[in-house]
Design a protein around this ligand. Sequence first.
Ligand SMILES: Nc1ncnc2c1ncn2[C@@H]1O[C@H](COP(=O)(O)OP(=O)(O)OP(=O)(O)O)[C@@H](O)[C@H]1O
Ligand SMILES: [Mg+2]
Length: 194
Amino acid sequence: MSLKIESLNHQIVDGDNQRHLLENLSLSVSPGECVALMGESGSGKTTLLNLIAGLEPIQKGCIEVAGLSLSQSTDKQLSALRKKHIGIIFQSFNLLNSLSVQDNIEFSAKLSGRYDHEHGLALADELGLTSLLNKYPATLSGGEMQRVAIARALNARPYLLLADEPTGNLDENNSNHVVDQLVKLAKSNLDGYP
Ligand SMILES: Nc1ncnc2c1ncn2[C@@H]1O[C@H](COP(=O)(O)OP(=O)(O)OP(=O)(O)O)[C@@H](O)[C@H]1O
Ligand SMILES: [Mg+2]
């Protein structure tokens, strides 16, 4: 799925002042491509991902996801785009606390219409989550929560995956495994792009 960002500007209110967080940012990402954004804490990485996901209004400039201009889309169109095509691994995980690990992993896949029980179990196995499937998020460690959030996003097989510091809480072994999974997903999803 292609992503095109043109001359994006974003300001935030900082005390009594307005502060430019993103200035004239342009970026183009082609299907199958993986892009890593790096920047110091507070530089605007999470804000940019929220803008791409249509979770924050665009102030100036243009973001196009799969040919759809976000600033010209209705909330309903943005929510359909997220549900069906965009996967998000949030920096703070955003797991659903009332659902078990297994139900969390199945949640986005069901919304996207690409639910496959076996695929979910295989992902849980690859991410070392099999013994945790019946537990609830509140009883997990940070790294375990992060792996559940990753499994949930990957299980939906999104066309565009936005991962916010997806290995921030993981040890080296798990971290390498997750990066392999992310690259595998990027390469495997080339068929059937909208
Ligand atoms: N809704 C908001 N209103 C005002 N300021 C905000 C808002 N959201 C974020 N900020 C500020 O914008 C800046 C960028 O925040 P952001 O979370 O995008 O940074 P980041 O690059 O993801 O940082 P980190 O690496 O620590 O996760 C920070 O200074 C933050 O305090
Ligand atoms: Mg951040």
